[in-house]
Design a protein around this ligand. Structure first.
Ligand code: GDD
Ligand code: MN
Length: 372
């Protein structure tokens, strides 16, 4: 049986120093009760500290500085004048300035019970895990803190989607959308994080692939005061983040690249067909159709797949891309005749083989040279 979170918190005391990292954006009404909760949770733990990364405009940072002395725990505030990356950007900034071997990331609105912070670290020490996730979807939990059945359903569907997208990496994480987790220093230092909005745990898990993960069940509480900042825009940001993470490995990019390349067959065949019908010689038609397919591929690759890595002027990128696409045309003809005459392949099979070979070569060159 899994013990309820609060009981576990009382039993488990960590021995390593830890930082509780709290991102805040206009949480003036929540910081006092949160600080008192953290005071109770961290009191008596040597070297425990709290670090707020604040993007507020309502004076949350000043209020924290006013309340902190006299609590008996060390509290720092990192106020960002020019916030970037939203919630995830704030967490990454906090990780970069934390000095302790463990960090616990926790929301400021008391949806996450403060007494769980030491329990998460203690569980990491006990199990040897590099990442300990506070999970709302484990026995002993109650995910009652959602603002309504719609938010709850959306959260469950997103969790499904995310676990389907990364079945292996997230095998041991029942709540990859959680905003409550503890992370060990070696893990957060092992990868370059590119935060995008809310799902910082997902970013961390996918980019660092922790060798072991533990979970601690907890009950998601209703927000203490104020409203969630998540909305439609944050939802779209999440989908973009997910796509980017999915394509971040070479294998993911290669699959997307191949699909885009294959889709170029459509404009290619339409143009060939139209030109031949208009009386153009089929070899010339093939060369012209190749340009149409090349343009099609360029638009998709440049504006979607390698969007984040492009540099220089668009015309220059197109020119280099066009050279590559036509070099491929030149290279495929001798290979085609070789396959047909020496290997005695049928012309259709031989053409297919040259297309696949050209696609693989194009990928390597695009990935390693054009968009380095
Ligand atoms: N510094 C900073 N910058 N903090 C932010 C920002 C930002 O742009 N946006 C939000 N925060 C802070 C809030 O002040 C709060 O402390 C915490 O991040 C969570 O924000 P909420 O607006 O309360 O988010 P939520 O309750 O909708 O979502 C939470 O639960 C989700 C699970 O349902 C978050 O923990 C999500 O990460 C989590 O997926
Ligand atoms: Mn919240």
């Amino acid at each position: 049986m899994i013990r309820p979170a609060v009981e576990l918190a009382a039993a488990a005391r960590p021995t390593s120093p830890l930082t509780v990292l709290v991102p805040t954006c206009n949480e003036a009404e929540n910081v006092a009760p949160l600080l008192h909760g953290l005071q109770a949770a961290l009191g008596g733990l040597p070297e425990a500290r709290v670090l707020f990364v604040d993007d507020s405009t309502d004076g949350t940072d000043a209020l924290i500085r006013k309340l902190a002395p006299g609590l008996g725990i060390e509290v720092d505030v990192l106020h960002r004048e020019r916030p970037s990356g939203g919630l995830g950007g704030a967490v990454v900034a906090g990780l970069a300035s934390a000095r302790t071997p463990w960090c616990v990331v926790m929301d400021a609105d008391l949806q996450h019970p403060p007494e769980l912070a030491p329990a998460l670290v203690a569980e990491g020490e006990r199990s040897g895990a590099q990442l300990v996730v506070g999970s709302r979807y484990r026995a002993g939990h109650r995910a009652g803190g959602f603002t309504g059945p719609v938010r709850s359903l959306i959260s469950r569907l997103c969790t499904r989607l995310v676990r389907m997208a990364f079945p292996r990496t997230l095998a041991g994480i029942s709540d990859p959308m959680s905003g409550l987790f503890a992370v060990r220093r070696d893990l957060w230092e092992s990868a370059e994080l590119q935060p995008e909005g809310y799902k910082i745990l997902l970013e961390l898990a996918v980019r660092t692939r922790p060798s072991s993960v533990a979970e601690v069940p907890y009950s998601f509480q209703p927000r203490h005061s104020g409203e969630s900042k998540a909305g439609y825009a944050e939802g779209m940001r999440f989908l973009r983040h997910l796509t980017r993470l999915r394509m971040s490995g070479t294998r993911g990019r290669m699959i997307a690249f191949t699909l885009i390349g294959a889709s170029g067959m459509v404009p290619n065949l339409i143009v060939t067909w139209a030109l031949v019908r208009a009386g153009v010689h089929y070899l010339l038609a093939a060369i012209l159709a190749n340009q149409a397919a090349m343009l099609w591929n360029f638009v998709l690759i440049d504006s979607v797949l390698f969007h984040h890595r492009r540099s220089g002027r668009g015309r220059r990128r197109l020119a280099r891309f066009a050279v590559l696409a036509n070099a491929d045309l030149v290279g495929r003809i001798p290979l085609l005749s070789l396959l047909v005459r020496e290997a005695r392949l049928g012309p259709v099979w031989a053409t297919g083989a040259t297309l696949l070979a050209a696609s693989a070569a194009r990928f390597v060159i695009t990935d390693r040279a054009l968009y380095r």
